[in-house]
Design a protein around this ligand. Sequence first.
Ligand code: MN
Length: 456
Amino acid sequence: MSLRNFLAEMHRKGEILEVKEEVSPRFEISSILKEFDGGPILYFDAVKRYDTKIVAGACGTRQRLCWALGVDTENLYQRLISAWQTPTQPKRVRDGPVSEVVEKARLSEIPILTHFERDAGRYITSAILSARSLDGEIENVSIHRLQVLDNRHLAIRLVPRHLFKLWQMAKEYKQDLDVAISIGTHPAVMLAASSPISLGVSEFDVANTLLSNRLRLIKCENVNAYAPADAEIVLEGRISTEKEVVEGPFVDATGTYDVQQKQPVIELINMMYRRDHVYQALLPSGSEHKLLMGLPREAAIWESVSKVVPSVKAINFSIGGCSWLHAIISIDKLVDGDAKNALLAAFSAHPSLKHAVVVDTDIDVFKLNEVEWAIATRFQAGEDLLVIPKARGSTLDPSANQETGLTTKLGLDATRPLTKPKVKFEPAKIPSSKRATKIIHALRKSPLNETVVRGL
Ligand code: MN
């Protein structure tokens, strides 16, 4: 199962917009991506100075991710969670389409984009990185931004999560960490790579379950790592445990420039690619970035909150909250403390979560006016506010302490109190009348001015 299988399916559904004019990978492609963000998949036929075509936005809508996993929107969380719980080993093959050409790594051959005005340079943003512990016991797959330093070197943003841990373990043995950097993989592989599962569970195994046992891996020639055999491009390299550079500036999920920090250097050895490979681009802070980051966390919050309250109806990782920092959760509560426990469960399921609102199930979490109305009419800060200072948050947030990662978390219980009559909190209704409905229907159809003139 490959990115191109998925693109062929999306082509049949009319989801791809072809850009035939020649465009530059420096700012031009990113500005077109920004304009069509959340819309169709964009396929760039003619990239200035390159023969390679570029595709972006494959994972840019919730619907496309559902198609990638073969599920309805209602079953998306369950599908992801059950794959996290039942990982299965993919088939390992000797050769795959990606090993068609193997040569010395040359990043100048790949049309890597420069996205934003003050970005430090060209950045690979869609790659999944797979690495194994030195004893081969632990495999991890995750997505990291990669800054191009020169033809054979990248700087990697290594947040303290699983790959960082493997790198630290290698460092103890004074060895660099082998890594496979795969570009152009099936959306299910990307979703698995952004899933919050425990260290020790391979995201490839989760992807294999999501793909109904159709993921194939090949062993890299020069490094101790596996990569999807159907990827478009694979770079083989080593994350240095000695060499560091200042990484950034770079725009991340919040759409603001992330802080510059000293980060490890990756030394590239080989690259493998399909002869007719497509380069997969991903606009930082675009809907594809937000969905890949946010959706697995929504599922994790759904699972965690479901354990402490009787029923969770919906979760919205709102776009305004960068699909990372804000969550709106609707629950059916049994007793008044339920919403606070839901907030605690949400914060523990997603360490970067900063603000969370819990509402009753009569509120649509995707309609922000309804959510604000619930806060206006069902929330009392003196009783319903939860403030947790100095908790671990996201360093992406410019208002947090970006050095220590500490932030203040805020939870709002905007569910109606059970101590007061329900009727006091319900929106007033107007009795329905068939006549009024008929008139409204007619009014909707008539042009505005004519209606008024005839009445006069
Ligand atoms: Mn992991």
